[in-house]
Design a protein around this ligand. Structure first.
Ligand code: ADP
Length: 263
């Protein structure tokens, strides 16, 4: 009988070990795939602005645009825009590198979440002022203060609104809400895009992960780093973030942050 029991235990244990190994190998394979996709996306993302700048500068010299100041200014503005994009991308990768090395130290202060949201909403409206992006901001009636790092929290709101615009197709409707519930400040950023299927609700926060159905690098640019950064920063503030699929379509990202208290 003991022999039978110990054999059964051995079989069970071997099964468990194999399952564990299989899981590790699977996650490593997924990670390698994601990393390869990241390199591809990143190369594409870096090459496009560089090619645009090269073409703009080429045109200035080839067509002697110094004699046509209006067209020259236009080409210079395009180049400036692309340089800004490159800078943003480099910042994203660098801040993630710092995050992974535990090098990000929050500089927290009394931070007005509503003011932060309003400033990001205004700059998003300015950047997308062609009439196809509508952002509605619904403020809280209560004050919404947290112990927060202004730079990183602004980046968080920026990333979420940028995603909402990127993934929502031609006519974008975004709603940004801030409320204060008990000891929590709750920020919701919701859109009318394709939404996020439940199976991806956790995976979208992994480094490099992009939903295969949304990630055609020729249509929507990205690196799969943004939401990982967002989640880490929110966690460093003692908060949390989750995503919901809205019944009327679209995604809703909900952030919970502990309300301000004297330190
Ligand atoms: P990136 O946008 O650079 O790909 P993120 O980490 O910001 O990386 O997002 C990860 C993935 O989550 C995106 O590739 C996209 O598939 C999905 N996603 C993020 N935000 C939205 C959204 N608002 N609507 C639909 N899908 C989204």
């Amino acid at each position: 009988r003991y022999y039978l029991i110990s054999s059964l235990l051995m079989i069970l244990l071997t099964g468990l070990v194999f399952r564990f190994l299989f899981k590790v190998m699977r996650s490593q394979r997924l990670y390698t795939q994601a990393r390869l996709a990241f390199t591809g996306n990143m190369t594409h993302e870096l090459k496009t602005p560089v090619a645009v700048i090269e073409a703009a500068l080429d045109s200035i010299t080839r067509y002697k645009l110094a004699e046509d100041p209006v067209r020259m200014e236009n080409y210079l503005a395009i180049s400036k825009n692309e340089i800004n994009r490159l800078n943003l991308m480099i910042d994203k990768v660098l801040s993630l590198e710092q995050l992974d090395n535990g090098k990000i130290n929050l500089r927290t202060e009394l931070y007005d979440v509503q003011q932060g949201l309003e400033s990001v909403v205004s700059s998003m409206r300015l950047r997308n002022s062609n009439g196809s992006v509508h952002i509605e901001y619904i403020p809280s009636e209560e004050p919404c203060f947290v112990n927060g790092d202004p730079v990183h929290l602004t980046n968080v709101f920026y990333n979420l609104m940028d995603n909402a615009i990127k993934y929502s197709g031609p006519e974008v409707r975004i709603q940004v809400l801030c409320t204060s519930v008990d000891d929590q400040i709750v920020v919701t950023i919701q859109d009318n895009g394709p939404g996020i299927t439940k199976i991806y609700h956790e995976r979208i926060f992994e480094r490099f992960f992009r939903i295969p159905e949304h990630a055609d690098i020729h249509t929507v640019k990205g690196t799969g780093l943004g939401l990982h950064y967002v989640q880490e920063i929110i966690a460093m503030h003692g908060g949390s973030i989750k995503v919901l699929d809205r019944p009327e379509g679209g995604a809703a990202f909900i952030i919970y942050l502990p309300a301000y208290h004297e330190i």
